[in-house]
Design a protein around this ligand. Structure first.
Ligand code: BTN
Length: 329
């Protein structure tokens, strides 16, 4: 989409985010475009996942008030918690925040450089799945980290991050948060957050790590059938009682802290913290490797991030990416 179009659409969203009626005529005057152009932009706004309707004589209105992200609120929150508020970007619409970071890497950015976007038009999950990313309702964040020890050192990263996300959600008051190896954060069996780690660089050199995190905050119910797995969101779990900007700031701060520990000590300090949330612990699992299926009992993770499975009295290790996992005997 052309930058000017994105600019106009975001202007309209900012005006309508107060949840009040705004006439097409006034919107046109504010943006210096015709009413017909406004009705086209409104279609784009709807395509971004926002429920907007029109009442003759009154104008356009969002079905729900939108609480937008604001960089100054995020930075103030970080500053007042003695956290670095530098290197944070806020976009209104991007394809994927992971791609935003991939592009930024070509400009020599520092570890911890991060971007949030209000919407993604091509958000992606693991295994090539789409990550439904409507405007203003959830969190989509990506962060860059440089790992001197190379790609091998990144193996346990998603488990460390899954652990800190689960800790954050639990601190916010969510009961029964669980992590499911290798990197799902779930509540009552439904997905609440996902992590997508992508690596750039040579196999033997420095690894440039792109960490993408999506947290469902308030998924519009009319998008529910576009999501192909059970899901939940924070507004359901916490009764709307939170501030999205603060959660964004805390998420960023916790991930940066975790990455600083991880680059020094690896996954080891996170193993016992992971256990607190481990959904699979001591449960029967089935490991699918190509056309082979192995059965065993999950017994946690090791320092490389491998899943430990007890089979016939022996502990075996399985690595994410090589196997897929099913519950039950
Ligand atoms: C998963 O499949 O569980 C991983 C989902 C990761 C989604 C996030 S949202 C921010 C970042 N940008 C993307 O395109 N994907 C990740």
């Amino acid at each position: 989409m052309k930058p000017q179009r994105v600019e106009r659409i975001t202007q309209i969203i900012e005006i309508l985010s107060d949840g009040q009626f705004h006439s097409g005529e006034k919107l046109g005057a504010q943006l210096d475009v015709s009413r017909t152009a406004i009705s086209q932009y409104i279609k784009d706004v709807q395509a971004l996942g926002i429920d907007v309707f029109r009442v003759t004589g009154k104008g356009y209105k969002f079905a729900n008030e939108l609480k937008l992200l604001h960089l100054n609120v995020i930075s103030d929150f970080l500053n007042s918690n003695q956290e670095n508020a530098q290197d944070i970007h806020l976009e209104r619409v991007v394809g994927s925040t992971n791609d935003f970071i991939k592009h930024a890497i070509t400009h020599n950015i520092d570890s911890g450089y991060a971007v949030f976007s209000e919407a993604q038009t091509a958000g992606r999950g693991r295994r090539g799945k789409r990550w439904v990313s409507p405007f203003g309702s959830n969190l989509y964040m990506s962060m860059y980290w440089r790992l001197e020890d190379g790609m091998g050192a990144a193996m346990g990263l998603s488990l460390a991050l899954g652990t800190v996300i689960a800790e954050l959600l639990s601190e916010l008051g969510v009961y029964d948060v669980e992590v499911k190896w290798p990197n799902d954060v779930i509540v009552n069996g439904k997905k609440l957050a996902g992590i997508l780690i992508e690596l750039e660089g040579q196999a033997l050199g420095v690894a440039h790590v792109i960490i993408g995190i999506g947290v469902n905050i308030k998924m519009p119910s009319w998008l529910a059938d576009q999501i192909d797995q059970p899901w939940t969101d924070l507004s359901t779990l916490l009764n709307n009682n939170f501030d999205r900007n603060h959660i964004a700031a805390m998420l960023l701060a916790k991930c940066r802290q975790a990455l600083r520990v991880y680059e020094q000590e690896g996954l080891k300090p996170f193993i016992s913290r992971w256990q607190r949330f481990d959904r699979l612990a001591m449960k029967p699992v089935r490991i699918i490797m190509g056309d082979k299926e192995l059965h065993g009992i999950a017994e946690g993770i090791d320092e490389s991030g491998a899943l430990l499975v007890k089979r016939d009295g022996k502990l075996e290790r399985f690595h994410a990416g090589e196997v897929s996992l099913r519950y039950g005997a």
